[in-house]
Design a protein around this ligand. Structure first.
Ligand SMILES: Cc1cc2nc3c(=O)[nH]c(=O)nc-3n(C[C@H](O)[C@H](O)[C@H](O)COP(=O)(O)OP(=O)(O)OC[C@H]3O[C@@H](n4cnc5c(N)ncnc54)[C@H](O)[C@@H]3O)c2cc1C
Length: 466
């Protein structure tokens, strides 16, 4: 195998493979280097979800019925308030799949378009000449190899090994994701002991369920009479276990066996202010592109990948160098569009943390903010759809909630404060600088805005609604 290509991607996850595949489709040469063996590629998790629309939108053939890859397609997700009350139904088609089978198929699709993979290959360091990355050093079976390319892409997931090893003055932030910027997820595969009796998942519109207040969910599983019972909390797996205990006390489940337990983390953090440097791009989890309301990142990373493909291809076809300046359009298009919406959503999380069980119950009961229609809008557009008439209704419901003491003043003021901060953050990202020379000044303001956003905290307590 040759050790040079137009684009060298490190990491054969869903994002690195997709990006490489799309670049190769435009006749650019691509090499993807992956730490795992070919057989183990995609073994980091089992079950996952994709919005069904992604297959058409991103040109990926959907998984076939009757294969191990496809678990099921479902249309509805039910959201419940505290104590499992006040069902809200979201209509939004989702495909439940098995990650490793999907990754293996994606590798095949990329290879059909001449992407070259080298497995069991671990990234070691970047090679830099005149402040431009020209290649990398990797280790395979104890031997050091060099790969040279016009662009080096970090698609190594949340470890971000390439980005975090860049020189400090390179122009791309080198942060690692800190412990308090992660959600600690525990997924239990459970099997119902008496499957013929009603249990969560058998009710109407319960193909998938989310108990938002407890950050707990139930999803389909491929084994008979089994479900994934999952939950995520900030601050460590201990908090997640505590949350599950509280949840089961307040929303009791019929008897079940636990077949498997999987633990993993997802990142809740703003992306680096620049995704590009001279000869460099980061994308996917290495660039923190997750949707904060679900922790899912694949779709938004493919969205960013398509922007990157257009820009990279254009520069290469003009025979120009992939400098930070020539790649700058990736930053502009991503951060002014999808990136601005995701940043605004991320900034709203601490606001939600100050709502008590009683506040959340009030919102669920009266169909606002936590309503089926709002959830659909959030998934479809990454924002709530609020007309003037609806604003009037919401204001009157808030006032009524305050007057009747069903909604706390503290929750309202925190929500308003964070709506304001998040609105400012969105606007600032929508004004991402056209000119690279204005970047430093833009970052200074962005820093001030993000400093007003608190970190996530574990706030769940077992209390009664008075
Ligand atoms: C429990 C859980 C459930 C999730 N469910 C969903 C879901 O349902 N839907 C969704 O959209 N998202 C989900 N996510 C998030 C999703 O898994 C990630 O957003 C997605 O995998 C990111 O893709 P990526 O390609 O950026 O990184 P990864 O999938 O992490 O892939 C990175 C690749 O880089 C390789 N690598 C790492 N270091 C090196 C190195 N030094 N040298 C060479 N290779 C290296 C890794 O082996 C890996 O193959 C979930 C996450 C978790 C933890």
């Amino acid at each position: 195998m040759k050790n040079t290509a137009d684009i060298i991607i490190i990491g054969a996850g869903p994002v690195g493979i997709y990006l490489g595949w799309q670049l190769a489709k435009r006749n650019n040469s691509v090499i993807i280097l992956e730490r795992n063996s070919r057989k183990d590629a995609g073994s980091k998790m089992d079950q996952f979800h994709l919005e069904t629309m992604v297959f058409e939108k991103y040109g990926i053939p959907p998984p076939m019925e009757g294969t191990d890859e496809l678990i099921t397609n479902f249309e509805y997700t039910s959201y419940y308030g505290p104590y499992g009350k006040y069902q809200q139904v979201m209509k939004y088609p989702v495909t439940a799949m098995r990650f490793q089978f999907f990754i293996q198929r994606l590798i095949g699709l990329a290879e059909e378009n001449n992407v070259h993979f080298q497995f069991s290959t671990e990234y070691k360091e970047v090679l830099i000449k005149d402040n431009h990355i020209i290649g990398i050093k990797v280790e395979k079976e104890g031997n050091i190899q060099e790969f040279l390319g016009k662009l080096i892409v970090d698609a190594t997931g949340s470890s971000a090994v390439v980005r975090s090893s860049l020189p400090k003055n390179f122009g791309v932030e080198t942060f690692k994701i800190e412990e308090d910027e992660k959600m600690y997820v525990i997924q239990r595969v459970i099997q119902w002991k008496n499957p013929d009796e009603p249990h969560p998942g058998t009710g109407e519109y319960e193909e998938s369920i989310s108990w938002l207040y407890y950050k707990t969910w139930l999803a389909p599983h491929f084994l008979p009479n089994a479900n994934i019972f999952g939950g995520g909390q900030p601050g460590g797996y201990g908090n997640q276990e505590k949350a599950t205990e509280i949840f089961l006390k307040e929303v009791p489940f019929p008897l079940y066996d636990i077949l498997e337990i999987h633990k993993a983390t997802t990142a809740y953090r703003r992306p680096p202010y620049s995704l590009v440097g001279n000869g460099f791009l980061c994308v996917g989890d290495s660039a923190c592109m997750s949707k904060s309301f679900s922790g899912e990142a694949i779709e938004s990373s493919w969205n960013a990948s398509l922007i990157a493909v257009e820009v990279i291809d254009r520069v290469l076809k003009k025979d120009q160098k992939l400098t930070m300046e020539n790649l700058w359009q990736i930053n502009i298009q991503y951060f002014r569009g999808r990136g601005a919406k995701l940043a605004a959503l991320l900034a709203q999380i601490p606001g939600a943390a100050n709502t008590t069980k009683k506040d959340v119950t009030y919102l669920f009961k009266h169909n606002f903010i936590f309503s089926g229609r709002d959830f659909t809008s959030m998934w479809e557009n990454l924002e709530l759809e609020i007309s003037f008439g609806r604003i009037l209704k919401i204001v009157s419901l808030f006032l009524w909630g305050l007057l009747t003491r069903q909604f706390s003043r503290k929750a309202l003021s925190t929500m308003l404060r964070y709506m304001k901060i998040s609105g400012r953050i969105r606007k600032h990202y929508e004004e991402y600088p056209e000119n690279i020379n204005d970047f430093e000044q833009w970052v200074e303001i962005a820093e001030k805005l993000w400093n007003q956003v608190e970190k996530m905290k574990f706030t769940l307590v077992s209390d009664q609604i008075s």
